[in-house]
Design a protein around this ligand. Structure first.
Ligand code: DSN
Length: 432
C-alpha cells in the first residue's frame, strides 16, 4: 500500500519512474550504488523528524535517547570497519566532511595541496570554483603524462617550494590505489598534515582490498554511498586521536583538547546544525552490512568486474588512463576513437547505459565536453553481475561508440540492456 499514491499521485509517478529507470538501465557511474531494503527503510523512517544538535549524551534537545543509540552504533561500526580510533558520522555529504576537516587542520589563507580536478581530484581539493579554492592558497599536483599516476617527483618539488600546511590525497577519477605511504613521506618532509579523501574506494578499504590510510594520515574523509553502499552522506575518521598541536584548550579546565573534539565542534556548530538522524541511522545499518563476510565478497567482485572491463576495453583499442585499474573505476580517454565524452555519454544513455563524461589528464576540452568517460562497477555488481556480463557490456559500449549515428545498433543494444537488467532484477519488492 502507498500513502504517497493517494496523497500526491504526481510525485508517486515520478518516484516510480525513477525506480523503473534505476532497474531497467545499466548504472555505470562509478560513484553510484544501490542501497539495500533495510538501508532504504531506515533512511525513509521517522528519525527524519528528530532534532538532535550535539552528540550522543550531549544534545541541545530532549527526546534523543533512541537517536543517540543509533549514532553510537554508527560510530562504533565505522571505527570497527576502518580500524579507526575516531569517527564523526554527522557530515551531510563528502564535501561537508572535507570542509570540516580542512577548517579543523588549517586556517583560511594557508597553503594546501591537492590533486588537480582535471587529473582526477575533487572540487573540494582546491578547485578555484569551490570554497577550498577560494579560501586557501592552493597548489595542485598532477599525474604523470605517461603513467597516468601521481607524479611524486612533482609532488616533492611542489611541496618543498610551497611548504603546504596540509596535503590532500585521493580523488574522484583516480583508477589506481591512493599512495598513502608516499604522500606521508612528502608530508613529513615539509611538516604538513596529511588528509586522505577515500570517498571512492571506502568500501574497498573497509574490506582490505585497498590499502588503509589510517596508519599514515592525520585525518580521513569519505562519503558513505559509493563503494560503501550506504545512504548518501559523509564521515570523518582518524586512525588515532591526540592532543591538538595548536594549543587550543577547554575553557574551564584548561586541558588541551584532542583533535577529535576539534573536529566534532567544527562539524557542529562550526559548519552544520541539526544532523540528519534518519541518515545517520541508515549509515549504521549500512556499516553493519559492510561488516558481514558477504560484503567482502561483493567488493572482491566489484574489483574483478572492473579489471575485466579494463581488459576487454584494452583489447578493443581503448586508451585507459594509467593503463588499467586497481579499483572500481576505469577512466577511458576517447581521443583515438574520435568522439567526445559528452557525445559518448549521450549516445550510451539512449541505449540505457548510464555513464559520465569526465576530463582526462591534460585534456584540452572543457569539463562540459571532455575527452573521457568514467565508468565504474559498484552498482552493477550489487545487481549480481559478474565477469561474463562485463564482457557483454563492453561489447555493447564498443558497438555504440563505433557507430554513434546508427539507430539500429542503438535499439539493438537497448534491447540487450533490457534483457540483462531483467535477468538481474532490482527493487522488485518496491513495486508490489
Ligand atoms: N560527484 C562525485 C563523483 O561522482 O565522484 C564526487 O563528489
Amino acid at each position: 500500500m502507498s500513502y504517497l499514491k493517494d496523497a500526491d499521485p504526481e510525485l508517486f509517478d515520478i518516484l516510480y519512474r525513477e525506480i523503473d529507470r534505476e532497474s531497467s538501465t545499466l548504472e555505470l557511474i562509478a560513484s553510484e550504488n544501490f542501497v539495500s531494503y533495510p538501508v532504504l527503510e531506515m533512511a525513509g523512517g521517522v528519525m527524519t523528524n528528530k532534532y538532535a544538535e550535539g552528540y550522543p549524551g550531549k544534545r541541545y534537545y530532549g527526546g534523543c535517547e533512541h537517536v543517540d543509540e543509533a549514532e553510537n552504533l554508527a560510530r562504533d561500526r565505522a571505527k570497527e570497519l576502518f580500524n579507526a580510533a575516531y569517527a564523526n558520522v554527522q557530515p551531510h555529504s563528502g564535501s561537508q566532511a572535507n570542509m570540516a576537516a580542512l577548517f579543523t587542520f588549517v586556517k583560511t589563507g594557508d597553503t594546501i595541496m591537492g590533486l588537480d580536478l582535471a587529473h582526477g581530484g575533487h572540487l573540494t581539493h582546491g578547485s578555484p570554483v569551490n570554497f577550498s579554492g577560494k579560501l586557501f592558497n592552493v597548489v595542485s599536483y598532477q599525474v604523470d603524462r605517461e603513467t597516468g599516476r601521481v607524479n611524486f617527483d612533482d609532488v616533492h618539488e611542489l611541496a618543498r617550494a610551497h611548504k603546504p600546511k596540509l596535503i590532500i590525497c585521493g580523488g574522484s577519477a583516480y583508477p589506481r590505489f591512493i599512495e598513502f605511504e608516499a604522500f606521508k613521506n612528502v608530508a613529513d618532509e615539509v611538516g604538513a598534515f596529511l588528509m586522505a579523501d577515500i570517498a571512492h574506494p571506502a568500501g574497498l578499504v573497509a574490506t582490505g582490498l585497498h590499502p588503509s590510510p589510517m596508519p599514515y594520515c592525520d585525518v580521513v574523509t569519505t562519503t558513505t554511498h559509493k563503494t560503501l553502499r550506504g545512504p548518501r552522506g559523509g564521515m570523518i575518521l582518524m586512525g588515532k586521536d591526540y592532543p591538538n598541536p595548536f594549543g587550543i584548550v577547554a575553557p574551564k579546565s584548561g586541558r588541551v583538547k584532542n583533535m577529535s573534539e576539534l573536529i566534532d565542534s567544527m562539524v557542529m556548530p562550526g559548519i552544520q546544525g541539526g544532523p540528519l538522524m534518519h541518515i545517520i541511522a541508515a549509515k549504521a545499518v549500512a556499516f553493519g552490512e559492510a561488516l558481514k563476510p558477504e560484503f567482502k565478497q561483493y567488493t572482491i567482485q566489484v574489483v574483478a568486474n572492473a579489471k575485466r572491463i579494463a581488459e576487454e576495453l584494452l583489447k578493443k583499442d581503448y586508451n585507459l588512463v594509467s593503463g588499467g585499474t586497481d579499483t572500481h573505476v576505469i577512466l577511458i580517454d576517447l581521443t583515438n576513437k574520435g568522439i567526445t565524452g559528452k557525445a559518448a555519454e549521450n549516445v550510451l544513455e539512449k541505449a540505457g547505459i548510464t555513464v559520465n563524461k569526465n576530463m582526462v589528464p591534460f585534456d584540452d576540452r572543457s569539463p562540459f565536453i571532455t575527452s573521457g568517460l568514467r565508468i565504474g562497477t559498484p552498482a552493477i555488481t550489487t545487481r549480481g553481475m559478474k565477469e561474463d556480463e562485463m564482457t557483454m557490456i563492453c561489447n555493447m559500449i564498443d558497438q555504440i561508440i563505433n557507430d554513434i549515428n546508427n539507430d539500429e545498433v542503438i535499439n539493438s543494444v537497448k534491447n540487450s540492456v533490457k534483457e540483462l537488467c531483467e535477468t538481474f532484477p532490482l527493487y522488485d519488492d518496491l513495486r508490489n
